[in-house]
Design a protein around this ligand. Sequence first.
Ligand code: CA
Length: 229
Amino acid sequence: MENTAQLLLVEDESKVAAFIKKGLERQGFKVDIAEDGRLGKQFFDERTYDLLIFDVNLPYMDGVELAAYVRTKNTQIPILMLTALDTTADKLAGFDAGVDDYLVKPFDFMELIARLKALLKRVVRTNESTNLLKVADLELDLDQKIARRGGQAFELTAKEFALLEYLMRNRGRVVSKIDIAEKVWDIDFDTGTNFIEVYINYLRKKIDKDASSKLIHTVVGMGYTLKEK
Ligand code: CA
């Protein structure tokens, strides 16, 4: 089922692009190739895809810029980045622009397939609305500012809502308290405070307390992650 997915591959090295496309099509995926960032942007705007694969170094608009652009339009579509071994720390930092996963070239083809399948599995197709975040049976309606778990709406304060939105947008990724302090509270992290733990506990009480499966997980020494299981 997932192998019928429509993929966009933005890769300027034509031999590499052709090789990847051929391999993916053999697995049943449908693949469009764009040879540069500008064309990739155009394809993304005009067509519908289930997953995007961007090379980092591209003419006109690089993979990181392209990912940042995509995220202004679509918060859900998985993006896999292909990086060169010598990709700079600068560029890697750009992955905060909403990239879901990355692979360093040269990569094992079966590894690429495995990553793609994992990313596609993570996407839960609901409606076409990009303003609805969904992880398992947890939904966050960004337009109406409503949160639901298992169809049951619950109240959130503005900060709880912002924190939950941040966790859901980064579903499956471990976010540190520093990330949360900076992105949700817009402040530098003060190691003397435990307000983030307090807010995480507020959210847990509302989201996970009465549910059979927990979605908010503590990763000891690292931070938090929101995911199934
Ligand atoms: Ca390139």
